[in-house]
Design a protein around this ligand. Structure first.
Ligand code: SF4
Length: 332
């Protein structure tokens, strides 16, 4: 996917400048000894994200979604390519060089309880990012801010003196949301933030995130393997397969997605109607996800694709703009 192609799609979204640009990003992991082929967890990903926009990132486990997010946040140092945050190249900044960006880029994790330090009180958990980023002039000011944000996530100020284990999973995720948003970041990566929660709690957390986005104008990268969650949150959806984006489309039009892999993910979404549920009771794609250390030649999806053609086995497809979608497939 070229910057030009993606630019065409972005321009339709409005004049807001990009907060994040990812250019041909690669994240390889070399095994011990360095002789075996590297695991190409992310292998040439490009996209941009506008201020205040939500990009859904979807794909099966192991497709590279979480690695991509960690490379963007510079938890990993990318193997190749570039990450631009608010126009500045942060790809190879040192730990010290990244310091001014840490408060602007935050993450919400999948497992709310294990992402909170059990030895710290909620107050200490919330004060840590404020003190670390020198936000607030005094401890009293920081405590005031921590109390305020607890109210915003629907918890009382009393929570400040309690420990994470005293809260339910949904409440812990509210604390996780508060910790990520207390620094008023411009970009938040939400890594499967509701998949560990009961169905009844999921929409509450999603609505909470949408409320904060309206207030702060922050951009979200919302990672999930569940396309049904994305329909309600995403301006655009990027579909990843084996380290690459194979389709990028408006979230509202995801049900009319063009790429065969996206279509198989859609087939896997549980249907409410029992007759449709029976029709959908087939695997999203045939076979296992190939080893990312030795991805298939040609189109990486061809061994599992029900519509594969001879050309798919030899030639990698180019990404093309089809209407408002960008699709990487020989069918288009
Ligand atoms: Fe299927 Fe071929 Fe398209 Fe790949 S390029 S998704 S194998 S039709």
């Amino acid at each position: 996917m070229t910057a030009l192609e993606e630019g065409a799609l972005l321009r339709e979204s409005g004049p807001s400048p990009a907060i994040l640009s990812v250019e041909n990003l690669k994240q390889y992991f070399y095994r011990k000894g360095g002789r075996a082929a590297p695991v190409k967890a992310v292998d040439g990903v490009s996209f941009s994200l506008l201020h205040g926009e939500t990009l859904g990132l979807v794909g099966e486990s192991g497709c590279g979604k979480s690695t991509l997010a960690r490379s963007i946040l510079r938890i990993y140092t990318p193997t190749d390519g570039r990450v631009l945050f608010e126009g500045s190249d942060i790809t190879r900044l040192s730990r010290r060089g990244m310091r001014p960006y840490r408060k602007k880029m935050q993450m919400i994790f999948q497992d709310p309880l294990s992402s909170l330090d059990p030895r710290m009180t909620v107050g200490e958990i919330l004060l840590e990012p404020l003190a670390g980023n020198r936000i607030g002039g005094s401890r009293a000011e920081r405590l005031l801010r921590a109390g305020e944000i607890l109210g915003q996530v629907g918890l009382s100020r009393d929570a400040l003196g309690r420990y994470p284990k005293e809260f339910s999973g949904g409440q812990c995720q509210r604390i996780g949301v508060a910790r990520a948003l207390i620094t008023k970041p411009g970009l938040v990566v939400c890594d499967e933030p509701v998949s560990a929660l009961d169905l009844s709690i999921r929409s509450q957390i999603v609505n909470l995130l949408l409320d904060f986005q309206r207030e702060l104008g922050c951009a979200y990268i919302f990672i999930t393997h569940d396309l049904s969650v994305l329909r309600s949150v995403s301006g655009r959806v990027a579909v990843m397969y084996l380290g690459r984006i194979v389709e990028l489309c408006p979230g509202a039009e995801i049900s009319a997605a063009l790429h065969p892999y996206t279509q198989t993910l859609l087939e896997a979404v549980p249907a409410r109607n029992p007759r449709l549920a029976r029709q959908k009771n087939r695997p999203p794609a045939t076979g296992e996800v190939p080893d990312p250390a030795s991805p298939p030649e040609g189109c990486r999806f061809h061994p599992r694709c029900r519509r594969a053609m001879p050309v798919c086995k030899k030639t990698p497809p180019e990404t093309r703009a089809i209407g408002r979608n960008l699709v990487c497939c020989h069918l288009y």
